[in-house]
Ligand binder design. Sequence first.
Ligand SMILES: Nc1nc2[nH]cnc2c(=O)[nH]1
Length: 408
Amino acid sequence: MATTSPSASAALHHQFLESPRENGTNDFEAEIVDVEESLPNLSSFVENKEENNEEDQKSTTNKRYMPLLLINYVLLFVGSFSSSLMSKYYFIHKGASKWVSTWVQCLGFPILLFPIFLPVVLKYKKRKPFEGFSKKMLLLSVLVGIMLGFNNLLVSWGVAYLPVSTSSLLLSTQLVFTLILSSLIVKQKITFTNLNCVILITVTSIILALDSSHEKPAGLTNKEYYIGFTCTIGAGFLFALYLPVMEKIYQKVNCYEMVMEMQLIMEIAATVLATVGMACDGGFSDMKKEAESVFDKGTAAYWVTILSTVVTWQCTFMGTAGMVFLTSSLTGGICSTALLSINVLGGVVVYKDHFGGYKAVSTVLCIWGFCSYVFGMYIKTKKKKIVRKNSSSTGSSTELIPRNSDGI
Ligand SMILES: Nc1nc2[nH]cnc2c(=O)[nH]1
């Protein structure tokens, strides 16, 4: 078997991720053989990569991989939990504009300017922001940003009409859509582990839907309730489309900086959409009125609520994008959806949402589904380490093993 230098094998691994096999990325032992057989043809490619000193930050062997993964999960966890509570706070205290609630989900894009430009200003990084950013990537980012803008609007309608716990758990249906769409778009393999997780988390939503007749907040008409219900399911579908589409786009991206840059463009596009909606539908005058006289906690609390919602949503979206980049659309979807069950507990603790037997059972199922998935990933990672160990003891590189369908 051929042996490669670590940098050469890292570059080969990178090339793998940029050109995945038609039949998915699971048969990794076969892929190792493929790469090793094609080694001579790849030597010039490897040299180029070494000259450019490029590193694939999606590679699990990259030293920045684990810290980045952790940072993104924390962003997603803190962002998801606090943004769902803050959005509900806005509506509970007489905030009523769905456009304002949509606007704040993307308005935090200037925050991304700091991690994008600061390392260059401080001369910490050589790569200039937007270096290698093609016109196609720009166009794709704008289109996905517009899709995300519509998703945000649907989420706002859902949160406006439904209790935080119900809207969070209804959004869990996005996982089934994610599994189907990611198997179509990025050839995600459907395994026992991921199917089990998706079924458990979906049963969670069904139980909640059955229980939802007791959940209608006072003063809300049946029509409004069903609008909220439908919008939340619609948001789940759009989000499930967004995840594998992003994974497909990230197959051409190898650095996290570019993920942040794409996120910036997407959020700007979503903000333009929301701003047009605000301007056409009286959102700006509603906002002024709400701040001055409608919000029952006063003007200062209104602006603090808006500002913190802006920041927390930005954390959620950056965390989600990072998870998709570093793992896969399905893992990203599972992590964000499992966090929704934590949001249910947040709604119950902070807003005293009703928490009966149905909600307890669905929360347990949701956590069980998530834990079984994480355990499945752990087992796969262990198996992968054994394959690596075996291949290194026979003299082949340890870094030639590409990520499997779960992104590990
Ligand atoms: N539909 C939907 N939109 C989101 N925006 C941020 N997180 C989510 C999510 O989990 N689902």
